[in-house]
Design a protein around this ligand. Structure first.
Ligand SMILES: Cc1cc2nc3c(=O)[nH]c(=O)nc-3n(C[C@H](O)[C@H](O)[C@H](O)COP(=O)(O)O)c2cc1C
Length: 305
């Protein structure tokens, strides 16, 4: 891949999208499904939507010729399903709850919204097919949407949660949610990361780049999977980011991309961010509280892996 391809993909990944799984069945009844973030609205009247499928996808021909298909907008807790339907060569439907609609289209049981489509047009779009569907049926559930941006998954919670300015802070009276760990974690994360991520960007790194370099700090070698867990990046974005960092001498990738370790230049690039991060944390809580929190949260991370 040339540098330009990578730059193009990186720039595109700054456009936040939802995540869908599109499903259809072949003429001889084989179920197909794939994760797609290229979904978008086209027309209100008639109701049209589009998405695009890479011509090299195993199921591209099924989608190109399908007369009907379903587009499922995934919920915040369906990240694993998104990764499953983005994996070529596995039985994607194994263990997934599906029914079939009257046209034989496999329908996932749980999602935020579903668009039941009839094929309207298929256009040539370079190395993708652009598929336009007429929406014949709609289903909407009350759940948070999964979001995809810069190669990582997130939720709309961070968008929905209102920011209280000083004048309105007294309106923030206690509610049962204040006693939930997740709520406090995401609020603390959101408030603390705002300042820290600004410092990261000021230093000329993106947040995913910082996460990679920070995970490689010291003389550790990490395998690709471990790095994925630590950086919250999906494989393709992690590979792109590693290629970029290694061509700048900030990390080294070995054994066909499976083993990654840091370099002195890479360490140098993030050293001050560790110090800055610590300084900012000490403004939020004292040393003893921080170390207790970190110890206990590390335990929670281990218990939930
Ligand atoms: C978040 C996310 C979004 C994706 N969006 C698209 C897309 O819009 N179009 C596409 O062709 N592939 C997209 N992919 C990649 C496909 O899901 C992947 O190539 C899939 O394995 C193809 O399945 P198949 O080869 O079994 O048909 C996306 C992957 C992820 C993780």
């Amino acid at each position: 891949m040339t540098m330009d391809d990578r730059e193009f993909r990186t720039a595109l990944s700054s456009f936040a999208t939802g995540v869908t799984v599109v499903t259809a069945a072949s003429a001889d009844g084989i179920d197909a499904g794939m994760t797609a973030s290229s979904f978008n609205s086209v027309s209100m009247n008639p109701p049209l939507v589009l998405w695009s499928v890479t011509k090299t996808a195993g199921s591209a021909e099924i989608f190109r010729h399908a007369r009907h298909y379903a587009i499922h907008v995934l919920a915040a807790d369906q990240q694993a399903l998104a990764m499953r339907f983005a994996t070529t060569g596995i039985d994607k439907f194994d263990g997934v709850a599906v029914t079939h609609d009257p046209h034989g289209v496999p329908v996932l049981e749980h999602c935020v919204a579903r668009f039941d489509c009839r094929q309207w047009a298929v256009y040539e779009g370079g190395d993708h097919w652009i598929i336009v569907g007429e929406v014949l049926g709609l289903h909407k559930a009350n759940a948070d949407t999964l979001v995809f941006c810069e190669g990582a998954f997130g939720t709309v919670n961070s968008i929905r949660q209102p920011e209280l300015d000083d004048d309105h802070r007294e309106l923030d009276t206690e509610s049962p949610v204040d006693h939930l760990l997740l709520y406090n974690l995401s609020r603390a994360y959101r408030q603390m990361s705002r300042q820290f991520h600004a410092s990261v960007r000021e230093s000329g790194l993106t947040v995913p780049q910082w996460r990679i370099l920070a995970s490689l700090y010291g003389s550790v070698t990490r395998d690709f999977r471990d790095l994925q867990d630590r950086t919250f990046l999906e494989p393709e974005s992690l590979r792109d980011a590693l290629a970029e960092l290694s061509s700048a001498g900030l990390c080294q990738v070995a054994e066909g991309g499976e083993q990654v370790h840091g370099t002195e230049v890479g360490h140098e690039r993030v050293r001050h961010l560790f110090e800055l991060g610590r300084e900012q944390e000490l403004a939020a809580a004292d040393e003893q509280t921080l170390s207790t929190l970190i110890e206990q949260l590390s335990q929670v991370v281990k218990n939930t892996t």
